[in-house]
Design a protein around this ligand. Structure first.
Ligand SMILES: [Zn+2]
Ligand SMILES: [Zn+2]
Length: 69
């Protein structure tokens, strides 16, 4: 597998690293060095309340900026 290539998310910029979660090769703009995840996974992981069908009384409309860096 070659590291060189185009970002799998934007198909425009050059690949800098691979996501630790999905393994996709992404460019600097779509790679978060602090977490080692692509921006796609970062959005999923960042959403802590990812439990559908499980009522959580704590979940409110304020949890917009809950990214942990
Ligand atoms: Zn990209
Ligand atoms: Zn990913």
């Amino acid at each position: 597998m070659s590291v060189s290539g185009l970002c799998e998310l934007c198909q425009t910029n050059e690949v800098v690293d691979g996501c630790d979660r999905c393994g996709r090769l992404v460019c600097e703009r779509h790679y978060d060095r602090s977490t080692g995840l692509c921006t796609d996974c970062l959005l999923e992981v960042g959403d802590a309340s990812d439990r559908e069908g499980e009522p959580d009384q704590r979940s409110g409309p304020d949890g917009v900026d809950t990214y942990e860096f």
